[in-house]
Write a protein that binds this ligand. Structure first.
Ligand code: ADP
Ligand code: MG
Length: 279
């Protein structure tokens, strides 16, 4: 069981908005060698805005209808943008399927990340038209690209400071995102991260975590989504954003209540102090 010093560090952390599920996580935090971070909702606010789109009205209706069933921040942004659209004409008998980390499907229509449409014909040139450097999702119907939506998100200011703090302490910070290469690079540059991996599926995130562990590294992973949960559970220290999905929080050892990454860095300092006392 936890020592009085550990318990005191945990309660200090809690007063500062970071909840540790046990003494082991508090003691381990400052021994971390590498901190992997998700992007959407973690380094960014996850409040996307649709900045551009092209699709005919029936396609938009199908997409809105599917995205109503998803809790992904992209889905919420699309639903919000087209909330005035009537969905009466949509066939509501078909099943809707969510592919975590990829998108949604209903009958012969699917929406999601660019890579899912690599083999589709694109007579309208939507793939070319979608704005570079934004988060783009495409719609496919019967083997053809039938539209796109371009979305923009904002970096969390505290993330920039926290990443700089961790780097000064010699911790490698690395981004793992399901989003495209251009957005991964842009956000990494804005936040001050030099290593990133784009177009990650949930199992790729686990592979990165396990790969470092196999090299004997202590691995932290921070995320908020259903897609992050398996990697969070695999990491030595899984850290969830308080605004994240409940499965991310259940899979983690640490929860940042108000999503402020600087509070995590404060907890890291508490952990350092604690280990100086123990040693
Ligand atoms: P991140 O790692 O940035 O949190 P995700 O793994 O959640 O990203 O998603 C990766 C990509 O999959 C998104 O950028 C988007 O292109 C696509 N995607 C995931 N869920 C949805 C959805 N509900 N609707 C449309 N696209 C989606
Ligand atoms: Mg996320």
């Amino acid at each position: 069981s936890a020592t009085p010093a550990t318990l005191s560090a945990i309660s200090n952390g809690a007063r500062n908005g970071v909840l540790f599920k046990g003494g082991a996580a508090m003691e381990a935090l400052s021994t971390m060698d590498i901190l992997y971070s998700d992007k959407t909702g973690t380094l960014t606010h996850g409040d996307f805005q649709v900045v551009d789109y092209a699709a005919d009205e029936e396609i938009i209706k199908e997409v809105v209808y599917m995205e109503q069933q998803s809790s992904h921040p992209i889905a919420e942004a699309v639903v919000k943008r087209f909330k005035a659209v009537s969905l009466e004409s949509v066939d509501q008998t078909e099943d809707i399927e969510e592919v975590v980390g990829s998108g949604m499907r209903k009958g012969n229509v699917e929406v999601g990340k660019p890579a899912a449409f690599a083999d589709f014909e694109d007579p309208m040139g939507y793939m070319e038209s979608a704005i570079d450097g934004n988060t783009n999702i495409f719609v496919g119907k019967d083997g053809q690209v039938a539209g796109y939506f371009s979305l923009a998100d904002r970096v969390r200011e505290e993330a920039v400071h926290a990443v700089s703090g961790f780097k000064k302490e010699g911790i490698v910070v690395s981004l793992l995102t399901g989003d495209n290469e251009k957005v991964a690079k842009k956000v990494s540059d804005e936040v001050g991260i030099s290593e990133y991996a784009a177009s990650c599926m949930p199992e790729d995130k686990i592979r990165y975590v396990n790969g470092q562990q196999d090299k004997g590294k202590v691995v932290g992973m921070i995320g908020d989504g259903i897609n992050d949960a398996p990697a969070l559970a695999n990491a030595d220290i899984g850290i969830a954003m308080g605004s994240g999905s409940s499965v991310a929080m259940e899979s983690s050892d640490v929860v940042i209540v108000k999503n402020n990454l600087q509070k995590l860095f404060y907890s890291f300092k508490l952990s350092q102090k604690l280990n100086r006392i123990i040693i």
